[in-house]
Write a protein that binds this ligand. Sequence first.
Ligand code: GLY
Length: 362
Amino acid sequence: MKVINLKLKENSYNIYLGNNTVDKIPSYLHHSNIGNFCIIITNRKVFCLHKDKIKKITQNIPHKIIEVTDGERCKSKEWVFKIINELIKVDDIEKKVFIICVGGGTIGDLGGFVASIYKRGIPYIQVPTTLLGCVDASIGGKTAINLKEAKNIVGTFYQPKSVFVDLRFLDTLPFRELKQGFAEVIKYAVIKDRALFNFLEANYQRVKRLENKFISSVIEKCIRIKAQIVERDEKEKRGIRTILNFGHTLGHALEASLGYQKKLTHGEAVALGMVCASFISFSLGLCSKKEKERIEKLIELYSLPTKLSFSPQRVLRSLSLDKKFIGGIRIVLLERIGKTKVCKDVSLDLIKKSLRIIKKLG
Ligand code: GLY
């Protein structure tokens, strides 16, 4: 098992990575003074697939399991208050309650948010079950819920006490879900790690097949990159954490323009957003044509889209509602693979051109 420490003074924590790391949770709970009553937040799908693992987590501790709605719909104010009501029911003078989030990014976002506001903060642990959760969402303490007006509009920065990344959860993931994680993995390589990029190119079949040595090393590299970025800019105040948004500005606009349908997953939208950002970087003379083409090729090697049928007008409308839009738009670009540059005023004209690049004809 690998242990990666994310250093944030009194909010520092360990990220445990390996096969069956979840089995270590009972002993961790016994030795830490995190609490004596555990609320597990998960959903039906995850619970049915991983009943045995969840039972192992809770074997020695009084607990209650809450199954929330599947997908983004659980990130609602209704679910926040349902969980708070459950917390109030079990809470008393003898109990020190804490939360364990077992699931994908949505469960981590919701559980972390509740943990951050109940009694002004109770401890929580992240147990991600998707690749996206393992490399990104479970690390760094961003929590949020959605309102009908916008995604992630209500949220906090609140760090977990620890993260258990158990590679065995990945075995049951459908390939489309896995691909969402690959999009974020490619993002890390492009923004920060040329060697990881070369590795992903050279070993794409083995990484896609989740061969243990390969996927484990890729996840470890991504976690280390994320941890270093969060350590330097925990609350996204210094413009450093911003680079994690590479591919996300246009990606979010694409998702929003399609009304967050199943037609396009977040990972697929990020892949398309990265194609646009690479094109813009090349057009501004920041990165070479060869680098841009390598990025597109890598996205294709991981079975992610580089073209889509969509309405550019709707994307532009979504973009104009983005808080980063003031005449031009602030966007994370590339100088080369492994080195980013945040540009504050990319012209609308160039954004339109980049959308033409990803538009599927016919
Ligand atoms: N997922 C982007 C961040 O944690 O900042």
